[in-house]
Design a protein around this ligand. Structure first.
Ligand SMILES: O=C(O)c1ccccc1NCC(=O)[C@H](O)[C@H](O)COP(=O)(O)O
Length: 256
């Protein structure tokens, strides 16, 4: 699936057009999550996600402005916006819309494989980008992170296996490391991934546990493992009242 997504991305990049610059205020993802880690025990990146390869469509009629505002009101510390169209029904304009609706850092969640997508992310107003270790070489991650920094963007580097983490750390110790609990071959999520990989992450990196987090108990599990932040998509996007549920989920960190 990942290979299919990346091949499609390469094809789409043949028709690439640089968007115009949006002028928006910027916020640091790292600072926001670190502050929440101290204040609430866990930081939350709440995701805008309409569909996924694993679940198909589950929120195609999502009102992204009211959802993003509800995330903010509920106590999310950042918002992730999936901008991939073919597999997630996202769009660059979703990120622009969300960024203008809230006063939080916004992560562009996409499959970044080309330097032009980094300038594109900066132009649409993202505060941070996702770099996925399973589709990029460690040196590329280092170069893309430097380029992102030049554009004023932070990078969240995502790993799923110990091998990906080891190869990455040989060349670069990212300040923000995402441990993806989802196996992108089987789509199965397992929070043990966070538990197993956490001890191999450098102390100074802030760990974000991603995917498959649904309950306060799950939040307690990943907090106990050492994660200082979490990224939640489906659970929040399908909830009728994220404003109420976010504080309840965050309380899981206090049970750890
Ligand atoms: O969500 C998927 O099915 C998926 C499949 C292939 C590549 C990426 C995928 N998801 C992107 C994400 O990183 C998740 O949206 C994010 O971690 C939130 O996950 P969840 O809370 O389980 O919706």
């Amino acid at each position: 699936m990942l290979e299919e997504i990346v091949n499609r991305k390469k094809t789409d990049l043949k028709f690439f057009q640089m968007p115009r610059q949006e002028y928006v205020p910027h916020y640091s993802l790292q600072k926001s999550l670190a502050f929440a880690g101290i204040h609430d025990g866990i930081g939350l990146i709440a995701e805008i996600k309409r569909a996924s390869p694993s679940k198909g469509e589950f929120a195609s009629d999502l009102d992204i402005i009211s959802r993003a505002k509800a995330y903010e009101a509920g106590g999310a510390d950042a918002i992730s916006v999936l901008t991939d169209q073919p597999y997630f029904q996202g769009a660059l304009t979703d990120l622009i819309t969300v960024k203008k609706a809230v006063g939080l850092p916004v992560l562009r969640k996409d499959f970044i494989i080309d330097e032009r997508q980094i300038e594109e992310s900066a132009r649409i107003g993202a505060d941070a980008i996702l770099l996925i270790a399973s589709i990029l070489e460690p040196n590329q991650i280092l170069e893309f992170s430097k380029l992102a920094k030049n554009y004023g963007l932070e990078s969240l580097v995502e790993v799923h296996t110990k091998n990906e983490l080891d190869r990455l750390l040989d060349v670069y110790e990212p300040p923000l490391i995402g441990i993806n609990n989802r196996n992108l071959k089987t789509f199965k999520t397992d929070l043990n991934q966070t538990i197993e990989l956490f001890s191999h992450v450098p102390e100074q990196s802030l760990v974000i546990s991603e995917s498959g987090i649904h309950t306060a108990e799950d939040v307690s599990t990943i907090t106990r493992a050492g994660a200082k932040a979490m990224l939640m998509g489906e659970r929040l996007v399908t909830d009728g009242d994220p404003e109420t549920v976010i504080p309840e989920l965050k309380k899981g960190a206090q049970l750890a």
